[in-house]
Design a protein around this ligand. Structure first.
Ligand code: DNO
Length: 378
């Protein structure tokens, strides 16, 4: 397992590489060229420069989050082949600089959505907040305006300006598309790209829909255990895998997160984990709290144990932190709360790991032969 941190280059991040390097246990970063519009090739020279910069700060650049997918691919338009070719070209450039894992999403029109990016808590911190009714009442362009107004001047990942231009038209387009057609378009993309990912040794890791339920009549396909199974079966290559985001999937109270982790990690299909907590205030009303179990509804011990005990050996990053200590940063992506999250997650990982070794030694002393892990808490 490698612990990494999300960072945006080109002066588009309040956090510096030098600061990230000082967080104990962090080996690298997940990054992207956020100024390149979806559908265009990421230039090799720029990637080489970026890698040099990151490596000289003592960090690895093995994970990209994300190369966004052009809307024509998701819509299944004839122009998609040209954009898929460009995607493959970008993969080739990424492999030249040693990228091992690519997180992307196949969400129509918009990436993650929140109704309030700075919801105040009693302790003076702010969190990102979602209320489904509010989101439905605000039309998409008002949501987009809110997301901009509260972004502290940084580009919000998934809300790049080029996406927003055609938002209303795109939403209309999907009103006539069935979820089945959308699945077909996803399969078409995977079947074209995964053989190259295999050859180039880049693990593709799709991010679930966030939130994992339908919005504005848009198809939302990666949202629960069943849809994840369906996705993994669309293309059975181990290179066709997941970014398991506990917070996104945890936003549906019906999802049993530890058992979903167990199923997909034991099958070797999770390459990247976004680990954060979520607190439900009602059905489809939630906030993204601090990482601790005591702050939200996910049992983070069981979450980490499920990754550990099922042999997870991919990348983990903390996700969406609160804004604390007066920090001004891109919502969700400040330094302080995510650093606390990392320390907590690594503490849990160490405890789970050492606990499993002790169980194993005890079994040996008791004359047990097999390496056994205590699964009583699963
Ligand atoms: C939100 C992120 C997502 C994620 C993309 C992957 O903060 O988790 O924007 O990066 O969905 O393509």
């Amino acid at each position: 397992m490698k612990m990494i941190f999300r960072w945006f280059p080109g002066g588009d991040d309040s956090v510096t590489l030098d600061q990230i390097r000082q967080i104990p246990g962090v080996s690298g970063i997940a990054t992207m060229l956020s100024d390149i519009p979806a559908g265009e090739v990421w230039p090799l020279e720029r990637l080489k420069d970026l890698k040099k910069k990151i490596n000289s700060a003592g960090l690895e650049m093995e994970v990209i989050e994300s190369v966004n997918i052009h809307e024509d691919i998701k819509k299944g338009l004839p122009t998609r082949d040209r954009y898929i070719e460009n995607y493959i070209h970008t993969l080739q450039n990424l492999s030249e600089i040693g990228v091992k894992c690519l997180c992307y999403n196949f969400m129509p029109v918009m990436d993650w959505v929140r109704s309030n990016l700075a919801f105040p808590l009693k302790d003076g911190s702010t969190v990102m907040y979602y209320n489904h009714e509010d989101v439905l009442q605000m039309n998409p362009s008002r949501i987009a305006k809110e997301m901009f107004a509260r972004s502290e001047g940084y580009t919000l990942p998934g809300w790049e300006p080029e996406r927003l231009k055609a938002m209303a038209e795109d939403i209309d387009f999907y009103q006539n598309m069935s979820e089945e057609e959308y699945w077909k378009n996803l399969k078409y993309f995977l079947d074209a790209v995964i053989p190259y990912a295999e050859k180039l040794d880049i693990k593709m890791a799709i991010h679930p829909d966030d939130p994992p339920f339908s919005l504005y009549g848009l198809p939302k396909v990666i949202r629960n255990a069943e849809s994840i199974r369906r996705f993994l079966n669309l293309n059975s290559s181990p290179y066709n895998g997941l970014t398991f985001c506990t917070g996104s999937l945890g936003a549906d109270m019906e999802n049993d997160i530890p058992s979903m982790i167990k199923e997909s990690v034991s099958g070797g299909r999770v390459h990247f984990a976004h680990i954060r907590n979520v607190k439900h205030l009602d059905n489809k009303v939630f906030m993204e709290t601090a990482h601790l179990s005591s702050c939200g509804d996910l049992d983070m011990y069981r979450v980490v144990k499920a990754f550990h005990d099922n042999g997870f050996d991919g990348y983990i990053r903390p996700d969406h932190g609160r804004m604390v200590w007066g920090e001004k940063a891109r919502p969700g992506y400040g330094l302080y709360d995510r650093s606390m999250g990392i320390t907590y997650l690594l503490g849990l990982w160490e405890a789970v790991h050492k606990g499993s070794l002790e169980t194993c030694n005890r079994n040996k002393l008791d004359g047990g032969e097999a390496y056994e892990i205590d699964r009583s808490l699963e």
